[in-house]
Design a protein around this ligand. Sequence first.
Ligand SMILES: O=C(CO)[C@H](O)[C@H](O)COP(=O)(O)O
Length: 232
Amino acid sequence: MEKKDLQKKQAGTAALTYIKNDMVVGLGTGSTVAYFLEALANSNLNIIGVTTSTITSKRCSELDIPIVDIDAVDHIDITVDGADEIDIDLNGIKGGGDALLMEKIVAKNSKENIWIVDSSKVHKTLGLFPLPVEVIPYGSGQLLRQFTAKGFSPQLRCHPNTTKPIITDAGHYIIDCYMNTIDDPYSLADYFERQVGVVEHGLFLNICNKMIIGGDTVKIKKSQPKQPIEIN
Ligand SMILES: O=C(CO)[C@H](O)[C@H](O)COP(=O)(O)O
């Protein structure tokens, strides 16, 4: 197994420590979460899962992990998800696996959010990973023009080696913005939230409570209580 995959497995397995019987557990999406799902399926824990994508729902049914619709539960105790990039304040970029909208809905409705990552994902600041923005197909060309004018170097996410746009589980497109560095993630999030046609963006700010980084010694970092965000 390659080092990166080994770290994903170590992080995914370590997350099981935080799961207790009878919890409602948000189940993220991606290759790191796949290791967590396997560990969960091999444990004796009785939980109810709420999934963040059709791909995770499918994997749960293969592994006999019981799942329910998000609206069938009145709370989610904890969500375990991966991330594409994470900074030292535990803010992150997600959506590399097309699932950012449902991932954010599940995360925002969870009492606790744990992210499981390999060490290559942790950076001082965000922006190296292209920021995914989920948009309504109608007028998406106008948003592409607008993001180009802002210097975001946007690209419509397409199936590999085609010009056929990827359609998310909720029926939207994804525009990837190549920022390189994001100096002020809160202002950028605010900008995207004000654009008509943008459904959600992949900046997950002030959401992650604990990050588990795979490695020979698994590292756990907890988020510090954040200052209230100032609204101008
Ligand atoms: O945000 C996500 C999907 O939309 C994933 O959590 C993210 O892409 C990480 O995936 P992986 O564990 O495969 O590296």
